[in-house]
Write a protein that binds this ligand. Structure first.
Ligand code: C2E
Ligand code: CA
Ligand code: CA
Length: 741
């Protein structure tokens, strides 16, 4: 881009083309004199005065104060008054001066007082107060003197009136700049520019402003705004025959990329190519030739226009950036928020939000790279656009999910759900199948204060659905609340685990025959920052579905081993069991982590036990068998937790790599009322004994349960009847009270 286009520069060549009027062409003198003879002599002697080239002198005559005032009223641009002091009255001249300065408020006109009677000369102070420039005795005025007085006063007037005009013009420019800089949209800005240029130049005919594209100014260039005689051209393409008269000027500006000032038509060129590819051409046509003063003003003003165009281009660019995904040129999250923000209440009631997340996005990104992902997203976007034409509003509202705002009366059919959750995408002749998780939510199903809150709720629900491996989820407020609560809980839990804030409670296991404490179970506890406790069932489930479980279990194992260390230090050699999830057991390094921790603490492996629930064990048994075996080989005992709740448990019992079976609490608490439970527990006990398992009954709350189990040969009991889970300090106080000899 040429430097000059950004800044307004009049180049010299251009200046030479311009027909300029050197200031004010007609200079006017008013002679006020009641003596007709003197008046005639005076005015005729003025005719021979030498003046600058192109300046014409007009001499006006008045014979009284009254006549003079009315002439002055009609000719505001009189330069010099030669004023006789004594006319109808002795001080007529001074009265006229007062009228000129005070009533006509003409401070520019030069006044030279003439008098035939020297005694009537005004005081110096009066001269000063009335701004009278000179005082002359008629008798002293030779022709040369008169000429020099007149010339010097005319010169002074010329300079000061130009200054006055410049001052006024500058005010105009300032006003124009102010009016222009308050416009932030292009149409109103350009309209203001035309108006203000018109004001500054005194354009009577009209102006227009074209907007085009830098790459190809002839394509799509059209008149954006127009005024005066050009008004009808607004919106007209530059190629239109209506513009034939001025098209050459416009094209020349596009080609030469500079302003061209002419006597009656000027063309201004601006561009903002450092921000966008826009070019602007302003054409102004005036009735009268413009003056140098006008050009100077335009020079200042056009700087303002130029920066105005730049500002608007920047503003538009920033807006564009803010609302668009740059690589894909797809409306983004900000745009979605804005769209929701701008909806009326009824519109919100009639709108549903579909949020679609690409499944396995991160994996695909990792495997195929960013380029692939961009192609995929673009393809998905185009597909969505085809499925949901406007007025549906589609945006890429996250890095891997799209949001679609559609009317609630558009039915979400099974076919549509299918189309939205499975797709194919072709890249380099290879067809990739993609699947999606779809959230379907009415905007009025959720209470929200800001669009951002609404979107983040939708995102939480969608994440939950993704975690739970769902493809379609439809929501009511209650579900959304619950899901978003859990989602937020997940965030808190992650933080709590990182900060190692989870603690361990120990629940004793007692030998039913002797009431001796034979072990403990370590149970995780989570107290939130607000002091409330979250139930383990709830946070363990959250941890399991969000991939936090391994981190959690590792923390609990460490704390369990630390507790063992402390108990050993106090002389208690009692094993503690910790709970492991099958997710842990699927990690190949799980055993070594636990074992290293144990070795570092110097705790014997036979004091540590691992509990894994039966349901998990059975489904993933083949996969976790090897890991379980490592524990067994190292001397760490294995318990199968919640036994009896899985299907094939009894038939497969003999194959399980474990030492101990824990009968699920649901059977124990039914023992008194329910024959079936007694029957199941009996079978487990019989089979377990046959296979050499130690049998633990959990959840014993009554003496009946305890006695029944003991009579059936159950070895160990755990339950509130004996003790609730306790923290280590309680255990340390509680243990000495037990009959553990
Ligand atoms: P679980 O392994 O079956 O643990 C026994 C649960 O039964 C504990 O609940 C314990 O407080 C409760 N319990 C013990 N005796 C009685 C009783 O007499 N009556 C009743 N009603 N309940 C009794 P808790 O602590 O709420 O833990 C719930 C579950 O959370 C545990 O069930 C276990 O599956 C899981 N869990 C707890 N800590 C961990 C952990 O560190 N890792 C993993 N993966 N899971 C854990
Ligand atoms: Ca357990
Ligand atoms: Ca259990």
């Amino acid at each position: 881009m040429a430097e000059s286009s950004d800044r307004f520069e009049f180049n010299e060549e251009n200046n030479q083309d311009i027909e300029l009027s050197t200031g004010f062409k007609q200079w006017k003198i008013l002679s006020v004199e009641d003596n007709q003879n003197y008046q005639a002599a005076l005015t005729s002697s003025l005719a021979s005065i030498e003046l600058p080239d192109g300046v014409e002198l007009t001499v006006l005559k008045a014979a009284s104060v009254y006549e003079a005032s009315s002439i002055l009223n009609a000719h505001k641009d009189i330069a010099l008054i030669l004023l006789d002091v004594v006319m109808e009255e002795d001080d007529s001249g001074l009265k006229l001066v007062k009228i000129i300065r005070d009533e006509l408020a003409n401070g520019l006109v030069r006044i030279v007082l003439l008098t035939g009677q020297p005694g009537f000369a005004p005081e110096k102070e009066v001269m000063k107060a009335l701004d009278i420039d000179e005082y002359w005795n008629k008798a002293d005025l030779t022709l040369d003197k008169l000429h020099s007085i007149v010339k010097s006063n005319l010169r002074t007037w010329n300079v000061s009136s130009q200054l006055a005009e410049a001052k006024q013009g500058l005010q105009l420019v300032l006003d124009a700049a102010r009016s222009i800089n308050s416009r932030y949209d292009l149409p109103s800005f350009t309209r203001a520019v035309l108006t203000e240029i018109g004001n500054i130049m005194g354009v009577k005919k009209g102006g227009l402003l074209c907007i085009g594209n830098n790459e190809n100014p002839y394509k799509d260039t059209h008149v954006l705004t127009a005024s005066g005689c050009y008004t009808a051209f607004e919106g007209v393409a530059i190629t239109d025959s209506q513009l034939v008269d001025i098209r050459d000027d416009i094209n020349q500006a596009f080609e030469q990329k500079q302003h061209k000032i002419g006597a009656t038509r000027s063309v201004f060129y601006f561009e903002t190519s450092h921000i966008n590819e826009k070019v602007y051409v302003i054409v102004v046509t005036s009735d009268a030739p413009i003056t140098e003063a006008h050009i100077n003003l335009l020079r200042v003003f056009s700087e303002n226009i130029s920066s105005g165009f730049t500002n608007i281009a920047l503003l538009n660019r920033v807006t564009e950036l803010a609302y668009t995904h740059l690589d894909l040129n797809i409306p983004n999250l900000n745009w979605l928020k804005k769209e929701i923000q701008n909806m009326s209440i009824t519109e919100r009631q009639e709108t549903r939000l579909l949020m679609i997340e690409v499944k396995y996005f991160d994996e695909m990104k990792f495997t195929f790279g960013y380029e692939f992902i961009l192609n995929l997203l673009k393809a998905v976007y185009l597909g969505l656009c085809a499925t949901f034409p406007p007025p549906a509003r589609i945006s890429l509202s996250g890095h891997k999910h799209f949001s679609i705002l559609i009317a609630t009366d558009i039915p979400i059919t099974q076919a549509l759900i299918h189309a939205l959750t499975f797709g194919e995408f072709k890249k380099d002749e290879v067809v990739h199948s993609t699947s999606f998780t779809l959230l379907d939510m009415r905007l009025d199903a959720v209470q929200y204060t800001t669009p951002a809150k609404l979107i983040s709720t939708a995102e939480s629900v969608l994440k939950e659905a993704v975690v739970n491996n769902l493809s379609y989820i439809q929501n009511t407020q209650r579900q959304i609340d619950e899901m978003s609560r859990r989602y937020h809980l997940m965030g808190e839990l992650r933080k709590a685990i990182r900060e190692r804030k989870l603690t361990v409670m120990l629940q004793p296991k007692l030998a039913l025959s002797s009431n001796k404490v034979v072990g403990f179970e370590a149970l995780a506890r989570w107290q939130r920052d607000d002091g409330s406790f979250v139930r383990p069932d709830e946070f363990i489930a959250i941890a399991e579905t969000s991939g936090l479980i391994t981190m959690l279990d590792n923390l609990i194992v460490e704390k369990t081993i630390a507790a063992l260390q402390q108990l050993c230090a106090l002389g208690y050699q009692i094993p503690i069991a910790f709970n492991a999830s099958s997710f842990d057991l699927l990690h190949t390094d799980y055993f070594s982590k636990v074992f290293n921790c144990l070795s570092q603490a110097g705790v014997s492996p036979h004091l540590l036990e691992l509990e894994v629930t039966e349901t998990q064990t059975i489904t993933d048994y083949e996969k976790i068998k090897a890991t379980l075996q490592k524990f067994v080989d190292s001397g760490i005992k294995i318990s199968i937790d919640d036994f009896g709740t899985g299907y094939s448990s009894l038939s497969r019992i003999s194959n399980i790599t474990a030492h101990c079976i824990k009968i699920d609490r649901s059977f124990i608490n039914q023992l008194e009322q329910d024959d079936v439970s007694q029957h199941v527990v009996n079978m487990i006990l019989t089979l377990g004994k046959k296979c050499d398992f130690t049998i633990v009954a959990e959840g014993i709350e009554t003496e009946f349960q305890k006695n029944w189990l003991r009579s059936m040969g159950c070895d160990i009991g755990q339950g509130y009847l004996f003790a609730k889970p306790m923290c280590l300090e309680h255990i340390v106080n509680w243990l000495p009270l037990q009959d553990n000899a």
